[in-house]
Design a protein around this ligand. Structure first.
Ligand SMILES: Nc1ncnc2c1ncn2[C@@H]1O[C@H](COP(=O)(O)OP(=O)(O)OP(=O)(O)O)[C@@H](O)[C@H]1O
Length: 513
């Protein structure tokens, strides 16, 4: 079959000259970025906004502008908080990829300098402007894994810096050989004066004086790890190391070596020199076993044996090594339920549950929220070098009304969002509510204005096991009566309407005698 020659115009061809090709490539690139990116704008040499594409216009309301005229012609840093365009203009260096966070959200952006054509035709000359490109406008969803990892690393780095700084200033550290782990927090770091906070600190202080294992129970982010540090720091082992293992974060197959260490050449791939385990590292100090509820069953038997015998057997060795570490375990899981379901050994549970401490969730100690906001804000300010946020009373009441599933960690996260997304330092309830919504706090509860924060705490304190409440009341009544009688036991027993024998019995049980 023969094909008739087409009458249509020949397909367009590339320009023949190099300059034409380059000009076409530049135009195509520009159009490509303009269409695939979320938005673009141009600034001139002085940093003034001179052009904005359609895509970029939709960010204007979030940046606080109701019309394009309010945005165009202004200096870039006056209309886009935290921008780095000025740096690109000054250095002539592009910033090919960066995260920009301001009140409009967090964006993945690119900033490219624009240079003049040189008169001698030898390439490009001085910087005459710059182009800003928003590549992704929802990095929270598209790049979440990367951002979370970055945030975690940043936080670890900040913690390490803070620890180093406190080591330099703290006389406790001056006796420690280099590289030793010390506790980061004391009881003073546990902010809170609500009845629930005072009670848990009182129990924790007593636990610090004992040598028995401590079991910290409570929801995620309630401060279990902080209390573990504080218990260690005020115990007789404070000069020893505080060694922690997050059981949920270590793969099951590596846990045994992590705990007990291994002998040289114990298994393929093992370090030829062998390695000491965390039990041995914690010798003379405290061993914090975080997320103990996630411990694989197989290893639970070995842990129990180690705790009972005070000896460990490193992997691949047949030597028993004595150790002397005080165990502080923590979990946010329901251990008795795990025991019932056969997922946690009952004998290990009893071995660890000698001094159980229930760390209350934030919703049981809402009156601590203003103090926590202040302390967390100051800590954040110390790290970032910016002023801490100031919340108005109605904003604090709004915070106090939230459910806080992630407790203090979640509160901190919200405060970080608040500082990042707000222009002013002073934040009222309306601003806060907007930020909470943007941050994706699923359901925002209206503040409860009918009760004071103290009342709310007291009501929450009533929703606990009765035996615990009765014991607390007894302790307070006996302490008050003893004080008012100047310690006279006979007068105290009369005042309380109990026999002297009962008074002695109760005082012994409470450690008051
Ligand atoms: N009472 C408090 N005062 C000040 N900061 C606190 C308090 N409680 C917790 N924090 C802070 O909240 C964050 C979470 O606390 P921590 O890691 O101790 O909680 P956790 O109960 O061990 O959480 P998880 O079970 O998820 O490990 C930490 O940054 C800690 O410093």
């Amino acid at each position: 079959m023969s094909v008739a020659p087409s009458a249509a115009a020949p397909p367009p061809a590339l320009p023949l000259d190099a300059e034409g090709i380059l000009a076409l490539a530049a135009r195509s690139m520009f159009h490509l970025f303009s269409s695939i990116s979320q938005g673009m704008f141009l600034v001139d040499r002085s940093g003034r906004i001179v052009w904005v594409n359609e895509g970029y216009r939709r960010f204007l309301p979030a940046l606080g502008f109701s019309s394009i005229d309010e945005f165009m012609g202004h200096m870039v840093e006056d209309v886009i908080p935290n921008t780095m365009m000025r740096r690109v203009l000054e250095t002539g260096e592009p910033i090919l990829i960066d995260l920009l966070t301001n009140k409009a959200g967090t964006f993945v952006v690119s900033r490219i300098p624009l240079r003049e054509e040189r008169e001698d035709g030898e390439g490009l000359g001085k910087v005459i402007g710059a182009i800003g490109i928003v590549l992704f406008d929802q990095p929270e969803t598209t790049l979440q894994p990367l951002i979370s990892k970055f945030a975690l690393l940043q936080r670890d780095l900040d913690d390490a810096r803070r620890e180093l700084a406190s080591q330099r200033n703290n006389p406790l550290y001056q006796h420690a050989p280099d590289g030793q782990r010390r506790s980061k927090y004391t009881f003073a770091s546990f902010i809170g004066s609500s009845p629930a906070a005072v009670e848990v600190k009182r129990h924790a202080r007593r636990a610090a004086q004992s040598t028995s294992p401590v079991l910290l129970l409570g929801e995620t982010g309630t401060g279990k790890e902080l209390l573990a540090h504080a218990i260690h720091a005020s115990s007789t082992r404070a000069k020893g190391q505080f060694v922690s293992v997050n059981i949920a974060a270590v793969p099951d197959t590596l846990l045994e070596a992590e705990f007990f260490g291994f002998a040289p050449g114990a298994f393929t791939g093992a370090d030829k020199r062998g390695r000491e385990g965390k039990f041995k590292l914690a010798d003379g100090g405290s061993l914090f076993l975080d997320e103990i509820g996630d411990m694989p069953l197989g290893l639970q038997a070995k842990l129990l044996r180690a705790l009972q015998e005070g000896e460990i057997e490193p992997l691949g060795s047949n030597k028993l090594i004595p150790f002397d570490a005080r165990v502080i375990a923590a979990t946010s899981r329901d251990l008795p339920e795990l025991v019932r379901r056969g997922l946690f050994r009952e004998d290990l549970y009893y071995r660890l549950n000698v001094l159980p401490l229930r760390v209350p969730p934030l919703r049981e100690r809402r009156s601590d929220i203003p103090a926590l906001v202040e302390a967390l804000g100051e800590d954040m300010a110390l790290r970032s070098g910016e002023a801490p946020p100031e919340l108005t009373p109605d904003a604090l009441a709004l915070l106090a009304g939230q459910h806080w599933r992630g407790n203090i960690r979640e509160l901190r996260n919200v405060l970080e969002q608040v500082t990042m997304r707000s222009d002013s330092q002073r934040i009222d309830a309306a601003q806060l509510e907007r930020i909470l919504r943007e941050a994706g706090l699923e359901q925002i509860e209206a503040p409860d204005t009918s009760h004071s924060l103290r009342d709310v705490d007291q009501e929450a304190a009533l929703l606990r096991p009765l035996s615990q409440q009765v014991a607390e009341l007894e302790r307070k009544a006996i302490a008050a009566a003893l004080e008012s009688t100047g310690g006279n036991k006979l007068a105290t027993s009369r005042l309380l309407g109990i026999s002297r024998a009962t008074l002695y019995e109760r005082m012994t049980g409470m450690g008051l005698s």
